[in-house]
Design a protein around this ligand. Structure first.
Ligand code: AMP
Ligand code: MG
Length: 350
């Protein structure tokens, strides 16, 4: 069976294989209506029931807005965020468009709530580790002296004074990077825009940051949570109402830095790529909060993630560590389908 994309035909297998970095809609019995675009560095997919697709106009507006956000908020390409970072480097106040002002206010609250584990002000460090590029290249790790400086006085959004559409930096190394938050935030905004236009059944996946509302043709949307150690699924989940399922993993965007292979999430406490957990999935009403939270929990690690999740008010989280051990909140565990008997037995309930 195949479904038409503008300019090409894609098999269901190819569609499912390219959806999202961390998870993708698992097979629905009836093939959904869908559109796919390449944005935010990954395939992005809008699904709707075949019997009730969104009109051409709402779908076109959705892609137009997402294309704009992708261009405006990229941390390493010219755009509005790039302009803000250039102003910060020059020690000048930066003018902020209203949406960027709003998203930075939220990001600052999330930084506070995660005790700095989620930190959208460490763009320079992410760049130093080689992750400000579409195509990752192997190379040296940052110099020890630079990492030492970061550990001694890490910048964060706490050093960004936000007032009346302006940002003033209070730390010389402050550079913004919304990579851990922008896609989730954009998913929330896009679904709300669809609702205002009368579309109530849809699923939007921006590279593993996914939220669904309503139902597909044959009932609730079913999404797959990817197995970080293979090509298959770790589990499946049926979404309820409007709900986000967001995965942050260290297994997709990786590069060799010096002697070690490292992933793209940085632990602000030691200025090094986070290690220990390989995948964190957060189920929550808000995709933005789930996106920032999944990154923060990945940094928090095996011991600290339950406490950080509690601080964020999350009670549906699945984490997997680099030994393949998995933990899930008691509220999420019974919702996970397709685990297999052995995995279900080994799943530790928190
Ligand atoms: P995600 O895939 O949502 O976990 O986001 C990872 C991206 O967010 C990275 O590619 C960086 O651009 C950025 N990032 C890395 N570490 C952090 C962190 N501790 N807090 C906030 N953003 C981060
Ligand atoms: Mg994230």
């Amino acid at each position: 069976m195949s479904a038409a994309l503008p300019g090409c035909a894609v098999s269901r297998r190819a569609l499912l294989a390219t959806l999202g970095a961390g998870l993708w809609p698992a097979v629905q019995a009836v093939e959904p209506w869908y559109q796919q675009r390449f944005l935010f560095g990954s395939p992005c997919t809008l699904l709707a029931p075949r019997h009730a697709p969104p009109g051409a106009e709402p779908a076109a507006r959705l892609w137009q807005r997402l294309r704009q956000l992708d261009a405006d908020w990229n941390a390493w390409k010219p755009g509005r965020l790039g302009d803000v970072n250039a102003a910060l480097r020059a020690g000048r106040p930066a003018a902020l468009p209203a949406d960027l002002f709003g998203v930075l206010q939220q990001a600052r609250r999330l930084e506070l709530a995660t005790e700095g584990l989620f930190n959208a002000g460490l763009g320079a460090l992410v760049g130093a580790w080689g992750f400000h590029a579409d195509r990752l290249r192997d190379g040296p790790a940052p110099a020890a002296a630079l990492l030492q400086r970061w550990r001694a006085a890490p910048p964060g959004l706490a050093h960004a004074e936000l007032r009346a559409g302006h940002l003033v930096g209070r730390h010389p190394a402050l550079q913004l990077d919304l990579g851990a938050y922008a896609k989730g935030w954009a998913v929330d905004e896009a679904l709300s825009a669809l609702q205002r236009q009368g579309v109530h059944d849809a699923l939007l996946d921006l590279g593993g940051n996914l939220a669904a509302m309503g139902q597909g043709d044959d009932g609730p949307w079913r999404v797959g949570i990817r197995d970080p150690f293979g090509d298959g699924l770790f589990a499946r989940l049926r979404t309820r109402g409007r709900e986000a399922v967001v995965t942050s993993g260290t297994y997709e965007r990786r590069r060799r830095a010096g002697h070690a292979e490292v992933g793209h999430v940085i632990d602000p406490r030691d200025a090094r790529p986070a290690a220990g957990l390989v995948s964190v999935t957060v189920v929550h009403a808000s995709a933005g909060r789930a996106d920032a939270a999944a990154t923060a929990l990945l940094v928090a690690g095996v011991d600290r993630w339950p406490a950080v999740a509690a601080r964020l008010g999350l009670d549906q989280v699945l984490v997997i560590d680099d030994d393949g051990r998995a933990w899930a909140h008691a509220r999420l565990a019974p919702r996970l389908d397709g685990l297999g008997a052995e995995r279900r037995r080994e799943l530790q309930i928190v």
